[in-house]
Design a protein. Structure first.
Length: 247
């Protein structure tokens, strides 16, 4: 069963493409978008178990994600997401759930992710997402019990209190070598060196090499650009995500 089919779905608000959130937000049209995952569009469910077997890229680049093994397919939740109770992909079970897609991409990258790491994996080194095939190439993870960070050869980490750890967040990372940065929602922008690893795609829910570090996590939307956006462009994408999800 395919949800959305790339055309938008009507929720209780009657507005196409808002996934029932009641917010009609339009993403800015910017060049360099190489992956766009929306939980209300392009999600294919396994008719046997109701879990996610494929998640279609909405960017037009064709970088779709898939998981053919039924036991490893993440669940799909029709409500309870950020904003006005919208849908999301997850929670991944933290045991063997993952979904991924491969394409050729290197730094610089500008990554926006609306996700939640659930309390079961607020311990050291669980992976919300990473690159494809090799670990630590575009990683969003928990480096310590109360931290969230990005990594592509080196790390930038932020320390969160229990309230922040319990909620959905907007993670924005510039993977750009020594000129990288990481920011969680409206917290302080952290800058530094994230390394220069090449991601080669994306893996959700586990280390990119599939070598463990599974996470109990959920996703509402992900956008990846193959360049660093300008300050006004980044502000426009953040405004769009804030309008949709309230974070």
């Amino acid at each position: 069963m395919r949800l959305g089919l790339g055309l938008g779905i009507s929720g209780p608000s009657g507005k196409d493409g808002d996934g029932g959130r009641g917010v009609e937000a339009v993403a800015p049209q910017l060049s360099g978008l190489t992956l766009w995952l929306r939980s209300d569009l392009g999600v294919t469910l396994n008719t046997s178990n109701g879990n996610v077997s494929a998640w279609a890229d909405q960017s037009g680049a064709g970088h779709h994600l898939s998981q053919s093994t039924a036991a490893a397919q993440p669940p799909y939740s029709t409500s309870g997401g950020p904003g006005l109770n919208g849908p999301f992909v997850g929670p991944f079970d933290g045991i063997d759930d993952f979904i991924r897609g491969s394409w050729t991409q290197s730094q610089p990258e500008h990554v926006f992710a609306v996700c939640r790491v659930h309390s079961a994996t607020w311990t050291t080194s669980h992976t919300a997402f990473d690159g494809f095939g090799v670990g630590n190439t575009r990683r969003l993870f928990t480096p310590a019990d109360n931290q969230m960070g990005s990594f592509a050869g080196a790390a930038i980490n932020d320390t969160l209190d229990s309230t922040l750890r319990a909620n959905w967040q907007r993670h924005v990372t510039k993977f750009n070598g020594v000129n990288s940065s990481y920011r969680i929602s409206n917290r302080t922008l952290l800058t530094g060196d994230l390394g220069t690893a090449v991601s080669g795609g994306i893996t959700l829910g586990v280390f990119g090499s599939l070598g463990g570090a599974f996470a109990v996590c959920s996703f509402a939307e992900i956008l990846i650009y193959n360049r660093i956006l300008t300050i006004p462009e980044e502000a426009a994408v953040n405004a769009y995500l804030t309008a949709r999800y309230g974070i």
